[in-house]
Design a protein around this ligand. Structure first.
Ligand code: ACM
Ligand code: ZN
Length: 569
């Protein structure tokens, strides 16, 4: 692919002062050796080694080429100077088959920058590290005066965990395709590689399903929403939206270009009121049901005794599998039964079809019965998903009753579900609410923060999470990784969404990427000033509680000077 290695004409180097940015990359790379001197990147040459296509194969090479060109475009825009094609003594990207797929090597000397990786993700992460080592203006969309130099440094880097996720709830509040892409852009900066997209819930069904059009005609819209925490109130405003399959594919492709796999979630058999509103025959009582207008745990769930429900689930999941190429399909499984309302009579307790199913399965009456019936639903769905060559993830409730081999458990009710799963030989992903629920307050001064679901999860507590704590020796390999969840009952605007996400997601990224002994809150905290500049340049909001400024209406710090002045007041 020489034609791609030979890029455009030479432009003279601009004058650069040798003042490197402080080394404040998040997540901190594994192995960093800084040395004296720096390399000026303004108008630097760019060379892609001929071995790249041979080692990566055409598809991964083309994707890596695009990732590198996004970096070069950002550099050219911010410096105002074009890079040079096909010459030694600038950026040289080459393939190194000895590196792992998410590993990369960077060597910056006074003469240039060598970058090596063996796969798309390695090249993406190398570019992201280079960007973070440069002035934050590289994240902006205009030419900026800055010291366009990289410090001389050798970096060999790879993540601790293969699964580095962030979740987004688009059911309670809906996020446009552009807003979702911005979310992905932020994940890219911090080297996350899984977007868990919670596409369905009681308050809105967000994915077009061609074989069940009422899911979006009816299920994507609610006729009002409760106001704040008053579940009896209602704003009377029709609210909703959905994504067409083309739009979903667009997001999948956008994420894939950035090394991120989108994992769709169809939450079942609970959290299904929006689907029941569209197809009431799928519920135990036959309805009628309305797309839910309040938050909490709805008692109405899919009927486990009705074969039509399984036909529905298989048809829906077939379309989901067609749109999303991910190895994993998340099938939910949480909160079918409200743990806070012990005396409640659930439809499953009184439904003749569910009773017949339990008799047929030999499930005896008692407190375990409903969990065993849920296990039956999970197992049937798992069998279908597996028959399509995919695997399931479910929330940790799927461990209650009996769980079939091959399922992956997402531990959210604290860490115990993940620990139990891993010790039983199931794979697990850790998303404990105790450390990683980003819909929680960030400050003790709740009155200064926007209304949140509750809790208290400051940045330092997120950072402190250690995924192997409490785990029996030998079970570590079953912990695939770590994810934070962002439920959006109380979050209705992108500005608020970003405020809840950041900088807590930066702390998450160090849990996911850095070995336990490489974490250092003081170093991380000091790096945040640079990350705030990056977010300012991207036009992304964040919480400044870590700097003592609480709330959405903090004084906006839109450039570093303003921020520094503000912080020094
Ligand atoms: C959950 O937070 N209900 C998984
Ligand atoms: Zn039933």
């Amino acid at each position: 692919m020489k034609r791609l290695a030979l890029l455009t004409a030479i432009i003279a180097l601009g004058a650069c002062s040798p003042k490197p940015e402080a080394f404040s990359v998040i997540p901190m790379p594994a192995d960093v050796t800084l040395s004296d001197g720096s390399f000026c990147v303004k108008g630097a040459a760019l060379l892609l080694d001929d071995n790249m296509e041979e080692v990566l194969g055409e598809e991964a090479f083309m994707a890596s080429f695009s990732a590198i060109m996004r970096f070069v475009d950002a550099l050219e825009t911010a410096t105002g100077v074009q890079c040079v094609g096909g010459k030694e003594g600038g950026f040289r990207f080459s393939a190194n088959p000895n590196l792992g797929p998410e590993q990369y090597y960077i060597n910056v000397t006074k003469d240039g920058v060598e970058v090596e990786a063996s796969a798309l993700n390695g090249f993406i992460y190398a570019c992201e590290t280079l960007k973070q080592m440069l002035p934050a203006a590289i994240y902006g969309d205009k030419k900026a005066k800055a010291d366009w130099v990289l410090p001389c440094v050798k970096i060999l880097d790879q993540p601790r965990f293969g699964y580095r996720g962030m979740h987004l709830d688009c059911s309670r509040h809906f996020w446009s395709i552009e807003e979702t892409k911005r979310y992905i852009d932020v994940m890219t900066v911090y080297k996350l590689n899984r977007l868990h997209w919670h596409l369905t819930d009681d308050q809105g069904w967000r994915m077009e399903i061609k074989s069940y059009p009422r899911l979006t005609e009816v299920g994507a819209w609610r006729d009002g929403t409760c106001i704040g925490r008053d579940f009896e109130s209602n704003d009377g405003i029709r609210y909703g939206g959905f994504y067409t399959q083309d739009q979903l594919r667009e997001v999948v492709a956008y994420a894939a270009e950035r090394g991120i796999t989108v994992i769709p979630e169809i939450d079942l058999p609970g959290h299904m009121v929006a689907a029941l509103a569209a197809y009431p025959e799928l519920g135990c009582t036959g309805g009628p049901y309305k797309v839910w207008q309040r938050w909490g745990i709805a008692p109405d769930i899919l009927c486990a005794g009705n074969e039509e429900v399984f036909t529905f689930l298989e048809n829906v999941l077939a379309e989901v599998i067609d749109v999303f190429p991910s190895e994993y399909i998340h099938i939910g499984g949480d909160e079918c039964f409200d743990p806070w309302s012990k005396d409640i009579v659930y439809p499953w307790d009184v439904c003749p079809k569910c009773a017949a199913r339990m008799r047929k399965l030999g499930i005896k009456k008692g407190p375990e019965a409903k969990h065993l019936l849920q296990s039956y639903v999970t197992a049937r769905v798992q069998e279908f998903v597996n028959s399509k060559g995919r695997r399931i993830i479910g929330w940790d409730e799927i461990l209650e009753g009996e769980l079939a081999e091959g399922a992956t458990v997402m531990s959210w009710r604290g860490v115990s579900g993940g620990i139990k799963a891993a010790e039983k030989g199931f794979d697990a992903i850790m998303t404990p609410y105790t450390f990683l629920y980003m819909d929680y307050y960030q400050s003790r001064e709740r009155d200064k923060e926007p209304l949140a679901i509750g809790g208290y999860l400051p940045l330092e507590d997120v950072y402190a999470y250690e995924p192997f704590d409490g785990l029996a020796a030998g079970a570590e390999d079953h912990i695939l990784g770590v994810q934070a969840n962002l439920w959006t009952e109380y979050i209705a605007t992108p500005e608020h969404l970003e405020y809840m996400l950041l900088p807590r997601m930066c702390a998450l990224s160090e849990i996911q990427w850095c070995e336990a002994d490489a974490k250092d809150y003081a170093r991380f905290n000091a790096s945040l000033d640079h990350t705030f500049e990056i977010l300012d340049a991207m036009g992304i909001n964040y919480c400044l509680d870590a700097r003592g400024l609480i709330g959405l209406d903090r004084v906006p710090a839109r450039d570093s000077l303003e921020l520094a002045e503000y912080l020094n007041q």
